[in-house]
Each structure stands twice: as C-alpha cells, then as structure tokens.
Design a protein around this ligand. Structure first.
Ligand SMILES: C[S@@+](CC[C@H](N)C(=O)[O-])C[C@H]1O[C@@H](n2cnc3c(N)ncnc32)[C@H](O)[C@@H]1O
Length: 202
C-alpha cells in the first residue's frame, strides 16, 4: 500500500498550542530534540543512552503524531507538537524541579528562514536564548548543527548578545549519530557546522 505523504506546511494553529507536563517522575538526565521530524536521531540516541529521558518537539502535527505512536511503549520518551520555543519552559521546568539534569538540547538542522523578514522565526535567536538564561541551569548544553554557513554565522552573532557562549566547535556528528537531514547533506558533499553553547553567568 502506498505510504501517506506527510505534508510540509505547518498549520498556523499548531504554532499556538500550549502544553503542560508533569515530568518523568524521576531525576534521570534528559536529552531534548527540537524539530525531531521522523525521530531517527532520537531513536539512535535512545539505543546509546537507554537510561536517559527524552523530550521530542515537532511542530508538524502529523509528524508529531507519528513520533508519539513510534515511542508509545517507552516510558522515558515524551513527544510534544506545537512550537518548541513556546512550550520550552513549561515542559522542561517540571523536570528540573524533580532534580533531573537537562543535559543536552539538540537543535539539529533547523529551518534557516532565508528571507530578512522571516529571520525572527529562526528557532535559535537572541530572544529565545535570553529567556532560557533566566531559568535553564549553566550545565545544560545547547547543541546546534547546520549545513547553512550563513545561518551558523548569523546565529553566533545573535549568541554574542546573550549570556550564552560557544564553548566547543566540533567536527563529527553529535554522539556520532548523523541525523536524517545531515545524512542527505553529507551525501551531497556539503560541509556541516557544529557548536555547543553554554550559559556563562559571570
Ligand atoms: C530541516 S528539518 C530537520 C529535522 C531533523 N532535526 C534532522 O536533522 O534530520 C527541521 C524540523 O524542525 C521542525 N520545526 C521547525 N520549527 C519548529 C519549532 N518551532 N518547534 C518544533 N519543531 C520545529 C520542522 O517541522 C522539521 O521537522
């Protein structure tokens, strides 16, 4: 039977969805995948880190629904649709309150939003980082990977205006797991740009 195609557009209403979360009820370390898409990266991370908890955000509802079905039998996985930025604090803070460490937040190959007038839609922007600096602990690492050099450079310029700093530029795929998008870009011979950001409150 032919597979149903997942449409690419984002339902504008899904951007407004607001979630709450009680946390996982334990203090296991957490990995967050922003824009998890079809979940290949997270699934591979789960294999490597079975004792971690995983929070997956995906704005496209049909994809989020599939992710929820895919990981339905895993107690250490929570999937949320809607805009990750809008729900970030309400989802992650209850976990921090339970003593869990939000170890790494992966922003893998986010939509670049090329046009000047759309730049404010970029996920990793100064306003988002500024808000994160008010409640996320210093130990949390934000891992950003992209094949778009201009996006990488412009994002680092934004980062400079926030309490976050680039602490490591790295060469190989995070945890040696190339994401689905990354695999395609590597096949096309594209270069990948990668950095870890951390809060430096000094
Ligand atoms: C270019 S794809 C990369 C997918 C995957 N991370 C990878 O590397 O293979 C970007 C993904 O981020 C999702 N996305 C974009 N903006 C988002 C947001 N604000 N919140 C959650 N997901 C978002 C898109 O729907 C899409 O699945």
């Amino acid at each position: 039977m032919p597979q149903k195609r997942v449409r690419n557009h984002v339902n504008p209403l899904s951007i407004l969805i607001e979630h709450s979360f009680k946390g996982f009820g334990n203090d296991n370390p957490i990995f967050v995948d922003v824009g998890a898409c079809k979940g290949e990266f997270s699934a591979a991370l789960m294999e490597k880190f079975p004792d971690h908890n995983f929070i997956l955000f995906e704005i496209r509802r049909p994809l989020a629904k599939k992710l929820a079905e895919q990981f339905a039998d895993k107690k250490n996985v929570a999937v949320f649709d809607g805009d990750a930025a809008r729900n970030f604090r309400s989802i992650l803070e209850p976990c921090l309150n339970q003593g869990a460490k939000v170890e790494q937040i992966f922003i893998n190959f986010p939509d670049p939003w090329f046009k000047e007038k759309h730049k404010k839609r970029r996920f990793l922007n100064a306003s988002f980082l500024q808000k994160c600096s008010e409640w996320l602990p210093e130990s949390t690492e934000i891992v950003f990977q992209t094949d778009q050099k201009f996006l990488f450079d412009e994002t680092l310029e934004e980062v400079e205006t926030t309490p976050y700093k680039p602490v490591e530029f790295f060469k190989n795929s995070a945890h040696e797991i190339p994401t689905h998008w990354e695999q395609q870009k590597l096949l096309e011979g594209d270069e990948i740009w990668r950095v870890i950001l951390k809060l430096v409150n000094s």
